[in-house]
Design a protein. Structure first.
Length: 159
């Protein structure tokens, strides 16, 4: 079942980079008591994700936060090292880069996709969620291909 408006974010352990190296972070620590925009990409350094999706959020992060959002976070089925390097490559200082290394979160929200035909294996679908204190208030799940409903500009319009 795909996550939708009114659903709670599942309890999963993700990874992120800290000054001391990669560390675990629980979804409760990310979402509890906060308003969060979480956007998911199929993979760091992939064309659409690198040319459009992440750069759009980098460009709009201040406007999104000005609408009362505490955290803007990007998640992908990659490791913490890759997510950190990708964030640095795009100067994504205002975006929390989250790694879902084995796709546990993608499966838990019902948005895991098999991209083996492109040599990527199991990944996450492309989407954006607005989450208030752990509950999804709006879900923007992309139809196959393209970056429209989950683009930063589209999410900004719904805040």
């Amino acid at each position: 079942m795909t996550i939708s408006t009114g659903d709670k974010i599942p309890s999963v352990t993700l990874r992120h980079m800290t000054p001391d190296g990669p560390a675990e972070i629980a979804t409760q620590d990310i979402f509890t008591g906060k308003k969060v925009v979480l956007f998911a990409v199929p993979g760091a350094f992939t064309p659409g994700c690198s040319m459009s999706h992440l750069p759009g959020f980098v460009d709009h992060v201040d406007q999104i936060k000005a609408k009362g959002v505490d955290t803007v976070a990007c998640i992908a089925v990659n490791d913490a090292f890759v997510m950190h390097a990708w964030g640095e490559a795009h100067k994504a200082e205002g975006i929390q880069m989250l790694a879902d290394p084995d796709g546990e979160f993608a499966r838990a929200v019902g948005l895991a996709v098999d991209l083996s035909q492109f040599g990527l294996g199991m990944r996450s679908a492309r989407y954006a969620l607005v989450v208030d204190d752990g509950v999804v208030t709006s879900a923007h799940i992309e139809p196959e291909g393209g970056i429209t409903v989950s683009a930063a500009s589209a999410v900004l319009e719904h805040l």
